[in-house]
Design a protein around this ligand. Structure first.
Ligand code: HEM
Length: 276
């Protein structure tokens, strides 16, 4: 944003600088696009980790190897971020299941021919095309059973009721050691959480660093638990969390309904317990 302001201020002709309306528009875009998206992704990840606590144990292994217990040093970007794999996998899996932007709209000025795998599609001028990100991210022809070799052993023993593509299984993003790229690269066009092409999200890397920093610091000393309400058993808590997460609505970005109005709705009480 500061580079944009500087470039605008340096223009010799006033009409080449950004108008007040354009400045306000950009400020709004950066705030909404930069804040809501990442904040909600972190909220969903915390809910998923409270709902599936065994994945926290899996993350603790990575967190403790990155910052050994008792280490007083503040995590340092260049030494930590390139080594973070599991936290990134949790971020990608959260974004796959709960992408903050659930559809991308594009309108063409002129008539266009699209050459697709299903044949040629003629688009008249001013057609609006909606890309449905949710269905791409859950496509049963693409997502099931990827990288099962990276699963922690308890995954195979779990009685999984959901089809694999709908389940929270972050290890699907972790390639075996024999593959040079650490994280799974989905087929082109099937993971569009950041969009694609010339208008791809410019804040992608910043969001990743924010997510890693928050989850790393949170799990360095704490575990996340959903607090039972009024004598709930664990099974009741799980059902309640599933219900909250399935009650998502796309506002500016995808959000869990009622969760941010905690005074009225009660929200979802979460406890951070200090790890030993
Ligand atoms: C998890 C976090 C994020 C996700 C999932 C995300 C996703 C997206 C998507 C899908 C678009 C394209 C929207 C469209 O074309 O209709 C977009 C655009 C944009 N994002 Fe992000 N974003 C995230 C974080 C950020 C951050 C942290 C920033 C900046 C600090 C940012 C700044 C922008 C801007 C400025 C655009 C507009 C780009 C353009 O129109 O050419 N985003 N983002």
């Amino acid at each position: 944003m500061s580079q944009l302001l500087q470039a605008s201020a340096e223009q010799e002709n006033a009409e080449d600088s950004l108008s007040e309306e354009e400045l306000n528009g950009n400020l709004f875009l950066f705030t909404a696009a930069g804040f809501e998206t990442t904040a909600n992704t972190i909220s969903y990840a915390i809910m998923l980790l409270a709902r599936h606590p065994r994945w926290q144990e899996w993350l603790f292994e990575e967190v403790d190897s990155l910052i050994p217990t008792g280490a007083s040093e503040v995590p340092e970007y260049t030494s930590i971020v390139p080594r973070v794999t599991r936290i990134m996998a949790v971020m990608l899996e959260t974004l796959r299941l709960y992408s903050p932007i659930i559809r991308i709209l594009r309108t063409n000025d002129a008539a266009q021919e699209l050459n697709t795998s299903k044949g040629m599609i003629q688009l008249p001028a001013n057609s609006t095309v909606t890309i449905n990100i949710i269905s791409l991210h859950l496509d049963p022809e693409v997502w099931p059973d990827i990288n099962q070799c990276s699963d922690p052993p308890w995954v195979a023993a779990e009685n999984q009721v959901l089809p694999d593509e709908s389940a929270f299984r972050p290890s699907r993003w972790i390639n075996p050691d024999t593959v040079p790229r650490r994280l799974y690269q989905p087929p082109k066009g099937y993971f569009l959480t950041w969009s694609y092409g010339p208008r791809v999200c410019p804040g992608q890397k910043m969001a990743q660093v924010e997510f890693v920093a928050v989850i790393l610091k949170l799990l360095q000393h704490h575990r996340i638990d959903a607090i039972p309400i009024a004598g709930e058993e664990r099974e009741d808590v799980e059902q309640r969390l599933d219900k909250v997460m399935s009650g998502c609505i796309p506002k500016m970005t995808l959000v869990m309904e009622g969760i941010y109005d905690a005074r009225k709705t009660g929200g979802v009480p979460i406890r951070l317990t200090r790890r030993n």
